[in-house]
Design a protein around this ligand. Structure first.
Ligand code: SF4
Length: 338
């Protein structure tokens, strides 16, 4: 758990739009703001297509932001930088990818894959030292030094993900974006990789942004969770608070879809079914983006975009249901119609 409230990252009104053609723009990330504290794991969840992966990549500057800021230790990552400063950022912030098959170059030995960052940043003096560091990293992630001379195809999915983790650790980063790092793995292997990530976090004082499409997956690893829907942030809370008292109807629906261990509770509880598909981020609904699927939608929801507000200490939601001002406006609107 995070034992400090020191901010490592401040993400402010971050937007990443992709131009599709002369008239259409895909608003993959459309103005998200949140903080990530030093030493914590911030889980970012939502259905596929909600923009969470694009958000992770834009935070790391793998994509240029369309608008907004990512302040890392107080410095905006997206501001113009000298090559030297960029190198410093690239070293401090690393990524673990979803697909351990596609993300490792099949023609490189594991040793060279892991050492890539070490070479780029000139972190060792000679070949002997390079081998020592790589061997150490292989051991750290539960592999052994013999594995260094082999190629990625000789490994299982779980082992490849360990290689991906070693590669990320090689440059001693402070912050790692783990983009669905366990979704492509067998269920039996998932817990091992999560445990490894947790151990490394403790040992190396790492901060994680852990991206997943499934709330049950982030529950155990995350200190806090942000729920994204169609390019916007719907809710942010500590992991416990989010699971016990979800505020946003979308979070409530996602949680109600997770099967419970207790068969009696599981049988009798009410499920919230979200109707319909996620709308296109090229032409999102007006007002609240969730309104076309929200069982609680009110008239005001189609007119005014709900702001993400802190309703309780550390618990943020973007929903008119909790906003007394819009609630009053909505009642007035409904009265006018009757
Ligand atoms: Fe539902 Fe309205 Fe809240 Fe959006 S603002 S989640 S449509 S109640």
């Amino acid at each position: 758990m995070a034992n400090t409230k020191e901010k490592l990252l401040e993400i402010r009104n971050l937007k990443k739009h992709f131009k599709i053609d002369s008239t259409n723009v895909l608003k993959a990330v459309d103005g998200i703001s949140f903080d990530i504290f030093k030493g914590e794991t911030f889980g970012l969840v939502g259905e596929s297509g909600c923009g969470k992966s694009t958000a992770g990549r834009t935070i790391l500057r793998l994509y240029e932001a369309t608008e907004g800021e990512v302040n890392f230790k107080g410095e905006n990552v997206h501001a113009k930088k000298s090559k030297k400063d960029l190198k410093k950022f690239n070293r401090s912030m690393q990524m673990i990818f979803q697909d351990p098959y596609a993300s490792l170059n099949p023609r490189m030995t594991v040793k060279d894959i892991i050492a890539e960052g070490i070479d780029i940043h000139g972190l060792v003096k000679n070949n002997k030292q390079r081998s020592e560091v790589v061997n150490q990293l292989l051991q750290t992630v539960g592999l052994n030094s013999d594995h260094g001379n082999r190629y990625p195809h000789e490994f299982s999915g779980g082992q490849r993900q360990r290689i991906g983790i070693a590669r990320a650790l090689a440059v001693n980063p402070d912050f790692i974006v783990a983009d669905e790092p366990i979704s492509a793995l067998d269920v039996s292997i998932q817990a091992q990789v999560v445990n490894l990530l947790k151990e490394l976090q403790q040992e190396r004082d790492l901060t994680y942004l852990f991206i997943a499409h499934d709330l049950s997956m982030v529950k155990h690893i995350s200190d806090r969770v942000g729920v994204m829907y169609l390019g916007a942030m719907a809710e942010i809370a500590t992991s416990d608070e989010l699971y016990k008292r979800p505020m946003h109807p979308y979070t409530q629906a996602l949680l109600s879809a997770i099967p419970l261990a207790d068969p009696e509770v599981e049988r009798t509880r009410e499920r919230i079914i979200i109707e319909g598909d996620i709308p296109s981020p090229i032409n999102p609904p007006s007002g609240c983006r969730f309104r076309t699927r929200c069982p609680m939608a009110m008239e005001v929801c189609s007119k005014i975009v709900p702001e993400l507000k802190e309703y309780e200490d550390g618990h943020w939601a973007a929903c008119h249901l909790y906003d007394s001002r819009y609630n009053a406006e909505n009642k007035a609107m409904e009265l006018q119609h009757h």
